[in-house]
Design a protein around this ligand. Structure first.
Ligand SMILES: *Cc1c(COP(=O)(O)O)cnc(C)c1O
Length: 396
């Protein structure tokens, strides 16, 4: 009987479809051996060769795995890039990017970074002779004063964590191109549904797929997406040489998460808007950080480069009162007190002691991150229930 290779009959050019369709179909083809509509979890470490060097493109599972290949293709498509590469965590992906650098090179980074990114920069890579400069980038002109002949990379996160500042990606790309620097954008907070940095001129997109891409708080995973073939080869070399690859089951969970990214993000955005407005009118709340407010300092840039405002909100109580903040943090019932974000369930956190504990207090306060700041990852539960939960915890 002639073997039917389904992928030859059924390869889909997903580029012509809209994002919502790509989220379901990009990178995923029926399994060539059985026709299984969902990509199987190829739980194998190696692949049988017909003769030495004669194989189906898969030799050893650190280097290639079909489940990972499907995910890498899906990620590339939904970030409007050419190549995707997956890693065991967001920080493993960050680590791979930093390994492109040499001793003596300098990086200019935003001063409102994920705590773990700040830690790998300053505690791991500085000792290899790489220097990091941190600056506020709400106004991108601050970047240029740090550029020297040693500068190789600009590293941004937007929206930033946890202060929800917005950085103009296209403006950064212009500075990067003019000075022949690489622009890296950590797109974890926005997700590819709300923002695509590559078409705006970024060179590398970083994701912690642990967050919105996975979306269900059940996997730790990271990814890089690029357009440039040579850059892809370099990063793939690092991925294989250093070996921080994810297992096939974790790749499968992220593939599954991506299929509902658009419907989840739509609800995160709707709930985020309702919760932000509730907090803003609450008499015990001093300040709410949410990018959808028209008086947010960079609201116009957010509207220009994003498709929605997401579910991340931070707030400070009147008087920056740490004791009161602690009561709120342990008083909610639906909002679970936990690190991380981007899952279907709502989380509440205290950046100063949790996600940003790795940043020295002095540095934190200087950057506007108050001791009593509370961060919310608004989930996709009923918005009225979420608001009632916060109202009860904040009190009259
Ligand atoms: C969580 C996070 C990371 C790190 O990702 P892990 O998957 O936890 O290693 C990096 N950047 C941002 C913005 C994050 O939120």
């Amino acid at each position: 009987m002639k073997k039917l290779y389904l992928h030859e009959l059924y390869t889909m050019d997903t580029k012509k479809y809209k994002l919502e369709t790509q989220l379901i179909h990009a990178g995923v083809e029926p399994d060539p051996t059985t026709g299984a509509i969902m990509t199987p979890i190829y739980q194998t470490s190696t692949y049988v060769q017909q003769a030495p060097g004669v194989h189906k493109g898969y030799e050893y599972a650190r280097t290639q795995n079909p489940t990972r290949t499907a995910l890498q293709q899906a990620l590339a498509a939904i970030e409007q890039g050419k190549h995707g590469l997956c890693f065991g965590s967001g920080l493993a992906a960050t680590d791979a990017v930093l390994k492109l650098l040499n001793p003596g090179d300098e990086v200019i980074a935003t001063n409102d970074l994920y705590g773990g990114t700040y830690r790998i920069f300053t505690k791991v890579f500085e000792k290899y002779g790489i220097r990091f400069h941190f600056t506020g980038m709400g106004d991108t002109s601050s970047i240029e004063s740090y550029i020297t002949e040693k500068t190789k990379m600009i590293w941004i996160e937007t929206p930033t964590n946890p202060l929800l500042n917005i950085i103009d990606i296209a403006a950064c790309a212009e500075i990067a191109q003019k000075n022949q620097l690489m622009l890296v954008v950590d797109n974890t907070f926005a997700s590819p549904y709300l923002q695509n940095p590559l078409p705006l001129g970024a060179d590398i997109v970083v994701h912690s797929a642990t967050k919105y891409l996975g979306g269900h708080s059940d996997v730790v995973h990271g990814a890089l997406i690029v357009n440039d073939d040579a850059l892809h080869e370099q990063l793939k070399f690092i991925q294989n040489s250093c070996g921080a690859v994810p297992g096939p089951h974790d790749c499968w969970l992220v593939l599954r998460g991506i299929k509902t990214l658009h419907v989840r993000m739509q609800r995160h955005c709707e709930n985020g808007e309702k919760v932000a407005h509730f907090l803003r009118q609450h008499p015990k709340v001093e300040k709410v950080y949410w990018i959808g407010f028209e008086d947010h300092p960079n609201h116009a840039i957010a509207c220009k480069q994003m498709r929605g405002f997401g579910g991340m909100i931070s707030f400070v109580l009147k008087g920056d009162n740490l004791d009161e903040a602690m009561k709120v943090l342990s008083g909610t019932k639906l909002f679970a007190l936990a690190e991380s974000l981007g899952g279907v369930e709502s989380l509440i956190g205290h950046p100063a002691s949790m996600t940003h504990g790795a940043i020295p207090r002095e540095e934190r306060i200087k950057n506007g991150l108050a001791d009593s700041l509370i961060r919310l990852s608004v989930g996709i539960e009923d918005a009225d229930d979420l608001i009632a939960d916060l109202n009860a915890a904040i009190g009259e």
